[in-house]
Design a protein around this ligand. Sequence first.
Ligand code: FNR
Length: 189
Amino acid sequence: MSAYKVGYFVGSLSSTSINRLLSTALIRLAPEELEFTEIPIGNLPLYSPDFDEDYPPEARALKDTLAGCDAVLFVTPEYNRSIPGALKNAIDWASRPWGQNSFDHMPAAVIGASIGQIGTAVAQQSLRGVLTFCNARQMTAPEAYIYFRPEFYTDSGEVTDEETAVFLRAFMREFHTHVERVLTVLPRR
Ligand code: FNR
């Protein structure tokens, strides 16, 4: 099996983010063929088309990192039943300048954790709409709406609840399969 570079976004800027912890858990449980690089979003200015002629260094770094990725994974909270602003801002940067959309044909998956039982379902639907417009090739199943239970995770992202570990491992295995399938018909390089 081939190795794939996965850029991952954590949609939270919180120093105690449960989604960051979830991302660590996912990386631990993922097939070894997936190599992960976090794509930072907290250092980006707010996007404006005024920058299209000359992107600032943080935004150029974002696009350069995405250009080197085979796939993207979004691990995000839900804010007010939608996508956190910092994450949407990063997507807007990556989608521009016009004609240089970094997500075009990119294999992608979405997952998120919430302290509420809806488990980021509404934010994920919103994010999926955005990624559809950006022409990313999304994994549509399985869906993963994670109701976060702190007792199921260690501080270093080990999943101590067996059922949760099985589910998250299967999610990442499916993601690997999805990436392989998409890149078979739409090679990035
Ligand atoms: C939230 N939270 C939240 N939860 C949810 O299930 N649906 C929602 O719409 C919202 N809205 C919301 C807005 C704002 C501004 C904040 C700060 C929080 C609660 C959210 O699930 C909780 O804070 C998580 O811990 C956020 O994830 P991170 O930042 O810990 O990864």
